[in-house]
Ligand binder design. Structure first.
Ligand code: SAH
Length: 225
């Protein structure tokens, strides 16, 4: 079920965040290999400029990562689209995201009608993301914690999305993936990683595939306010 968030052109305040500018981003994603129309529609619908600082709003529909404070970034739209496509292959309902950050990826998942759980270790980022979810009327469950332990009480999840990079897949997260589900995560060194798709079959056997080279901020331990 798609969520509709039609805004009047003048309500957007700036030509740089208009529907035309968003449509151009979607055209670019299509040209760079994103095929799933549900994903393209979600990206067309979710106002990415509301997930960055006002000073960066005019750059929100460029296909680029942008700073969100605390040394963190909102992921590049192409990467969000690629991860979301891979996640949808498993036809999930309940999904877990590690690394809420700006909240944008979680909002894209919610716009697709999924039941979203998201975990963030930096309290201030999570508080800001929650305000955005509320303002957009999105019912997203979130937790301030070290996401490397996952969210066992609410699991298992039909899909898991890790949006920060680690040297290896995190066992606790693979364990919370339901049979038939996909886990998508960037794995590798600090400078660059491979985006991995792990699939758990009905018998619990896992297979792995590399989707694309990516660059994410690191998955860190512990929590901060
Ligand atoms: N999905 C985000 C991307 C944010 S960048 C978005 O759409 O904006 C990655 C985020 O992961 C950062 O906010 C960082 O603080 C968070 N992170 C890093 N390690 C973490 C951990 N162990 N648990 C939870 N969040 C973590």
């Amino acid at each position: 079920m798609m969520m509709r968030m039609k805004l009047q052109p003048d309500a957007l305040g700036s030509g740089m965040t208009s529907q035309r500018v968003r449509d151009r981003l979607v055209d670019r994603l299509r040209e760079t290999g994103i095929r799933d129309e549900r994903v393209l529609n979600a990206i067309r619908t979710v106002p990415r400029h509301l997930f960055v600082d006002e000073a960066l709003a005019t750059r929100a529909y460029e296909d680029t990562a942008l700073p969100i404070g605390h040394g963190q970034t909102i992921s590049q739209p192409w990467v969000v689209a690629k991860m979301t496509e891979a996640l949808l292959e498993a036809a999930p309902q309940k999904v877990l995201e590690i690394g809420t950050g700006s909240g944008y990826q979680a909002a894209v998942l919610a716009a697709l009608g999924l039941e979203v759980h998201t975990v963030e270790r930096i309290g201030e980022l999570l508080r800001t993301a929650r305000k955005r979810f509320r303002a957009l009327g999105m019912n997203i469950r979130s937790k301030h914690d070290d996401g490397r332990i996952g969210w066992a009480e609410n699991g298992p999840f039909d899909a898991v999305l890790v949006t920060a990079a680690a040297p290896a897949l995190v066992d606790a997260l693979t364990a919370q993936l339901a049979p038939g589900g996909n886990l998508i995560a960037p794995v590798g060194g600090a400078a660059s990683q491979s985006l991995l798709k792990l699939h758990k079959d009905a018998d619990g056997q896992v297979t792995q595939e590399t989707l694309a080279p990516v660059v994410f901020v690191p998955l860190l331990s512990g929590m901060i306010d």
